[in-house]
Design a protein around this ligand. Structure first.
Ligand code: TXA
Ligand code: MG
Length: 310
């Protein structure tokens, strides 16, 4: 791919106007959401979507999430049943992605859903994402703004480190507060396709138990080795072996700590930033045990992928 001159844009009037102009011409804009930074393109523009796959070096069978400003815009693209409407009413805008049947005349480029009859949709809560969506008035297809298989970005600096020269612009909206990708649900019976920034418990309180993924519907992005730092990762470590850098949780001696007080929300927000910093130390990484409840389930999912053989 050609070497682009990547602009960093402030989240002000000029920045939004420039970003919307780039998107309208089929360019790529990385932008903040409350979960992680997204690598955005006009979801109706085939070439723009293809550029996303090229910029990430992502396997092309892996479909993208489409971001829209509100439920009304989402209903132009997909068919909502009662369950989907209840979920949207309760959790949008926010870190929940719904996989739903595409609606006839949806206008979305086929590459977005990699040929599936379904589409993954999300209404982000971050004010910068919201204002970008309203300024460009387009559905934005956006995977996380990192080269495929690497750690997801939670600051504009992370995006710049991975994608400078591969995107037209990076809209800087500071650090993402949730720090983990959205939770993905879909199918009938409703299944958990990816644990993420909205806890399964909160979804189940509203709609009852979720089915496991795998029967009928799966998220193709759930490859075993993913979110991978360059260093090796050893899980459930109570102490570092010689030479290892230790990522702690709770009060313990460590090189970096996800949350000294053992707070899982704080740990989720710190996860990718800390992995980036540990990766820069160029030592094998050991990670303390994380309780497998609430956001801890999503953190452990990401850590298992980071540690998977590759
Ligand atoms: O928080 C997030 O979700 C971030 C921000 C930028 O919104 N986006 C994100 O996108 O994590 P990405 O592309 O890294 O992950 C998309 C996931 C993949 O696991 C993919 O397989 C799944 O969504 N997916 C997309 N469309 C799908 C579909 N039609 N059916 C099943 N899974 C789908
Ligand atoms: Mg990703």
């Amino acid at each position: 791919m050609t070497n682009l001159q990547t602009m960093t844009l402030a989240a002000d009037g000029d920045g939004f106007a420039t970003a919307a102009g780039v998107l309208a011409k089929g360019g790529l804009v990385a932008f903040p959401t409350e979960t992680v930074y997204g690598l955005g393109a006009d979801a109706t523009h085939d070439t723009a979507v293809a550029r996303v796959f090229a910029a990430k070096g992502r396997p092309s069978f892996n479909p993208l999430i489409v971001h829209v400003a509100d439920l009304a815009a989402a209903r132009n693209i997909a068919v909502f049943d009662d369950m989907a409407l209840r979920l949207a009413a309760a959790f949008w805008p926010g870190p929940l992605t719904l996989v739903l049947p595409l609606r006839p005349g949806h206008g979305i480029a086929p590459l977005v859903s990699a040929g599936l009859e379904t589409i993954a949709l999300r209404v982000p809560a971050h004010p910068v994402a919201q204002r970008l969506l309203r300024t460009c008035d387009l559905p934005i297809a956006a995977p996380s703004a990192n080269p495929s298989g690497q750690i997801s970005p939670t600051t504009a600096a992370h995006v710049a480190a991975g994608l400078t020269g591969k995107v037209d612009a990076i809209l800087d909206g500071g650090r993402c507060d949730v720090g983990l990708e959205s939770t993905i649900v879909g199918g009938s019976p409703l299944a958990l396709l990816r644990p993420g920034g909205l806890s399964v418990e909160r979804i189940e309180t509203l709609v009852g138990p979720l089915a496991p993924a795998g029967e009928g519907i799966t998220a193709p992005g759930q490859l075993a080795s993913h979110y991978a730092p360059k260093a090796t990762v050893r899980l459930n470590a109570n102490a570092a072996h010689p030479g290892e850098a230790l990522l702690g949780f709770g009060p313990m001696p460590s090189d970096l700590n996800l949350s000294i007080t053992g707070d899982l929300t704080e740990a989720a927000a710190n996860l990718f930033g800390h992995l980036h910093k540990l990766d820069a130390m160029k030592r094998p990484i050991a990670v303390a045990p994380i309780p497998d409840v609430g956001l801890g389930r999503a953190i452990n999912d990401r850590l298992r992928r980071a540690a998977a053989p590759r």
